[in-house]
Design a protein around this ligand. Structure first.
Ligand code: AMP
Ligand code: ZN
Ligand code: FE
Ligand code: FE
Length: 290
């Protein structure tokens, strides 16, 4: 190999556009990877940026922040907030806000309490269906908010189902016998909170919204961005969202929705946010956090 070719080989990664996975979960919500281990994984996968977007909590950043700094990995504050519109569950990604904002922390605390109340109701339904599970039987780290995947895993350990997927199909999915809605905040309330804390709002995985009327109404809300690249979604399904982003002037984002062993077929970095959007989020954060 000539010297030039050799140099091109060594430095080729510097010429590739940066890939930032902006949708990941840790043990602080329903993922199985710790915040520090997720930073290591992101580096191993060659990512140039990351956001941890646990459900309704930013607890991961206490560990992930220093770990990312040590590793030199750009980490953007994030959170996947549970919301609802006319009874359908809607996930909203918030980015680039101050992690210690008191109103954010208060909002997350309300979600934490709401999630415990909801889990109690789900377990109540499951007990009536013959599955003897208590809140204490759910395996999660001390700081983790509770979610349906924790209950699904407990059902699997109990032998009531063969897999987490089956637990959702038989009991926990929307419309199934142990489903509890749990009264999350509305899309409007959630967007107002994100605006108040100076964050950027992104509608998460719009293709998962089941009812077309709900989807239409939700997309009329004033989001700042839309998650166009998701997990291992085929490219032909991205086009509709990319066109919408263009038409509305929304930021285009993407991410894997990595959950570790909870969704073993999804790797960190399986989808990512384009460099241009990531740089805009970084600039927004730099401007508003100083
Ligand atoms: P929760 O926040 O408690 O409503 O739980 C939502 C989470 O459950 C999602 O983010 C996924 O991680 C997981 N989930 C939802 N539906 C399914 C499904 N059908 N199979 C496996 N996991 C699911
Ligand atoms: Zn999840
Ligand atoms: Fe989600
Ligand atoms: Fe998610």
């Amino acid at each position: 190999m000539g010297a030039l070719e050799c140099a091109a080989g060594v430095y080729s990664h510097l010429m590739k556009p940066l890939r930032a996975d902006l949708h990941t979960h840790t043990t602080c919500s329903d993922g199985s990877t710790s915040p520090a281990a997720l930073i290591d994984l992101a580096l191993q996968r060659g990512l140039g940026g990351l956001s941890i977007t646990d459900h309704d909590t930013v607890a991961a950043y206490a560990e992930a922040g220093p770990a990312a700094k040590r590793a030199g990995l750009p980490l953007i504050p994030g959170c996947e907030l549970s919301a609802e519109h006319k009874g359908e569950s809607i996930h909203i990604l918030a980015y680039a806000f101050p992690l210690d904002h008191p109103e954010l922390l208060e909002f997350c605390e309300l979600h934490r309490e709401r999630r415990v109340r909801r889990a109690e109701k789900i377990l109540d339904k499951l007990r009536k269906l013959g599955h003897k599970l208590q809140l204490g039987d759910l395996e999660r780290s001390d700081s983790a908010v509770v979610g349906r995947p924790h209950i699904a895993e407990a059902l699997r350990r109990l032998g009531a189902v063969g897999s987490v997927k089956e637990a959702f199909q038989l009991y926990l999915g929307e419309g199934r016998p142990a489903y509890v809605h749990g009264q999350p905040f509305s899309v409007e309330e959630t967007l107002a909170l994100i605006r108040k804390i100076g964050g950027i709002s992104v509608i998460a995985h719009p293709h998962l919204i089941r009812h077309q009327r709900i989807l239409r109404e939700v997309l009329e809300q004033p989001f700042d961005g839309i998650e166009c690249y998701y997990a291992i979604m085929p490219p032909e399904r991205e086009r509709r969202w990319l066109e919408m982003a263009e038409q509305k002037g929304w930021l285009v984002t993407g991410g894997s929705d990595y959950h570790g062993e909870v969704k073993p077929h999804i790797q960190v970095g399986s989808s990512w946010t384009p460099e241009e959007s990531f740089l805009k989020l970084q600039q927004h954060y730099a401007k508003h956090s100083s």
